[in-house]
Design a protein around this ligand. Structure first.
Ligand code: IPM
Ligand code: MG
Length: 364
């Protein structure tokens, strides 16, 4: 008799745009792999982003946060769309996502950018530049200029408006993300590059000082520093020099998109957002792609790989995670491609078709 693991309570946040389509594929994959590995899941859906605004008026309803808090892991697809862009900031989909991150204390965002040999042709850079790229961007997610005070648009006595956002980090905020990054680098190739703007910004000077001080505890990790402008350049010039990158919220937002594109499509990349305790949130790096929503064109693989990250980092089920990752490689080897990663001679499929290919690949 085999024993079951779980049940793991998973809150699903399909969100907007292509979110629901890609979530459907990822849930089917989890159910199939769960059956194979004797892992039981209990899925509950909740509203976030535009879908939540339409239903409740708020991008992050209280019951969504409550459902997430009482689950073992949260799987999020994507949020946002043109129809909500004109709303006041407090009611925008993005505000819901930021509220979820801070509400769950998810200060560490792991964004791997790994080149798959099957997709080298899909990269906009030359094959010899990107072959072998394997980068982990560790982005601080609940501090920095996204959350610093004061923030707002203020009107002075002369009627002149002033938009203010504040980039601030405390030493403890830097230390906790720094430690996560050192631990990750240690399990990878042992190289950590900290990215800041210490030549101009005081907040970055503190960042650099703290990350440097921490290196005393991680003698086995080789630390380097880059200014963010140079880091952006190096990422597209010679990306193989990077192993693990640690950086603040805004720089991490920008650099992780650049790193994602090295791999050919942002449609391939998963992410994990983790706190000190409690459930993590697992979501693709890409957005809600409203231009192709509902047309069965979306690439579900970043969502599927996010489910694998959930199994590995959130639920401690590495074998099941591995099985999913292998299935993704298999369908790519078999030549199945959604539009974003299509190249000559390959078999074009839609979101559902990719799901069916995964289902078959997982049967073996
Ligand atoms: C991301 C996104 C979000 C961010 C937006 C949607 C708020 O770009 O997850 O990278 O800026 O963090
Ligand atoms: Mg972003």
């Amino acid at each position: 008799m085999s024993t079951m693991t779980g049940p793991f309570r998973i809150t699903l946040l399909p969100g907007d745009g292509i979110g629901p389509e890609i979530m459907t594929v990822a849930v089917a994959v989890l159910k199939q792999v769960g059956a194979q590995h004797h892992i039981e899941f209990e899925f509950t859906e909740a509203l976030l982003g535009g879908a939540a605004i339409d239903a409740t008026g708020s991008p992050l309803p209280e019951e969504t946060l409550t459902a997430c808090r009482s689950s073992d892991a949260v799987m999020l697809a994507s949020i946002g769309g043109y129809q909500w862009d004109g709303l006041p900031r407090a009611q925008r989909p993005e505000t819901g996502l930021l509220g979820l991150r801070s509400g769950l204390g998810l200060f560490a965002n792991l964004r791997p950018a790994t080149i798959l040999p099957q997709l080298i042709e899909a990269s906009s850079l030359k094959p010899e530049i990107v072959a072998g790229v394997d980068i982990m961007v560790v982005r601080e997610l609940t501090g920095g200029i996204y959350f610093g005070q004061p923030k707002g648009i203020f009107t002075g006595e002369n009627g002149e408006q002033r938009g203010v956002s504040t980039m601030a980090y405390t030493s403890s905020e830097i230390d906790r993300i720094g430690r996560v990054a050192y631990e990750i680098a240690r399990k990878r190739q042992g190289r950590l590059c900290s990215v800041d703007k210490a030549n101009v910004l005081e907040v970055s000077q503190l960042w650099r000082d703290r990350i440097t001080a921490l290196s005393a505890d991680y003698a086995d990790v080789e630390l380097s520093h880059l200014y963010v402008d140079n880091a952006a350049m190096q990422l597209v010039r010679a990306p193989k020099q990077f192993d693990t990158i640690v950086t603040g919220n805004l720089f991490g937002d920008i650099l992780s998109d650049a790193a994602a594109m090295l791999t050919g499509s942002i449609g391939m990349l998963p992410s994990a957002s983790l706190g000190a305790s409690g459930p993590g949130v697992f979501e693709p790096v890409h957005g809600s792609a409203p231009d192709i929503a509902g047309q069965d064109k979306a690439n579900p693989l970043a969502q599927v790989l996010s489910a694998a990250m959930m199994l590995r980092y959130g639920l401690n089920q590495p074998a099941a995670a591995e099985r999913i990752e292998q299935a993704v490689l298999t369908v790519l080897d078999q030549g199945y491609r959604t539009g974003d990663i299509m190249s000559e001679g390959m078999t074009a499929v839609g979101c559902e078709g990719m799901g069916q290919a995964l289902h078959k690949a997982l049967q073996t």
